[in-house]
Design a protein around this ligand. Structure first.
Ligand SMILES: [Fe+2]
Length: 188
């Protein structure tokens, strides 16, 4: 039987106590995700294969609900900000919520029918992710971006489609500003 408990979440570091698991994604594991493959290799070499993001979870398989944090490092590959892989949920009826705690970024979403949306990720903003929308978070700030996510335990991740074709929009830095641009390599 499961018992209730309070889980302490540190909005600055993303620490979850108690936590049930975690993983980190280093830049070398994100080859193919960014527009500029040469720039990626340069950053991997210069910064000793930095961690782009970490995910810490509180997940009880006997429960339908789980939550956790994602901690994203600041950084860019060429003019493209650090981002997560992006995914649809395997269980198509499952949505999610991302509650930003610190830092600044954007949540890039794309529906199955090809519509794109951007939702600001700022402290205090809870982003609603409806079912059937792929989602990717992007750290556009100078500090860590930390957010809490809440999801169905068995929602599942379908990374393949986004990895294969990319998303229709990219988030880039242009003249010191954050810009939403069309992805010139979409579908390639
Ligand atoms: Fe998700």
């Amino acid at each position: 039987m499961l018992f209730p408990e309070g889980v302490a979440i540190d909005g600055r570091t993303g620490a979850v106590k108690p936590e049930t698991g975690r993983y980190a994604k280093r830049l070398s594991e994100l080859r193919g995700l960014f527009q500029d493959g040469d720039a990626l290799e340069r950053v991997v070499a210069e910064k000793s294969d930095p961690i782009v993001y970490e995910v810490v979870d509180y997940r009880k398989k006997e429960s339908d609900l789980c939550f956790g944090t994602t901690i994203m490092s600041p950084g860019r590959v060429g003019n493209e900000y650090y981002m997560t892989r992006g995914h649809f949920h395997l269980r198509r009826e499952c949505g999610e919520a991302y509650y930003t705690q610190s830092g600044e970024g954007v949540l890039l979403l794309e529906s199955r029918t090809g519509e794109s949306r951007v939702v600001e990720m700022l402290p205090g903003v809870c982003a609603f992710i409806p079912p059937e929308w792929a989602h990717r978070s992007i750290n556009t700030g100078a500090d860590k971006l930390v957010f809490v996510w809440f999801c169905a335990t068995d929602a599942g991740h379908d990374y393949g489609e986004i990895l294969k074709r990319g998303m229709r929009k990219i988030i880039i830095e242009q003249d010191g500003r954050r810009v939403v641009a069309d992805n010139p390599n979409f579908g390639r």
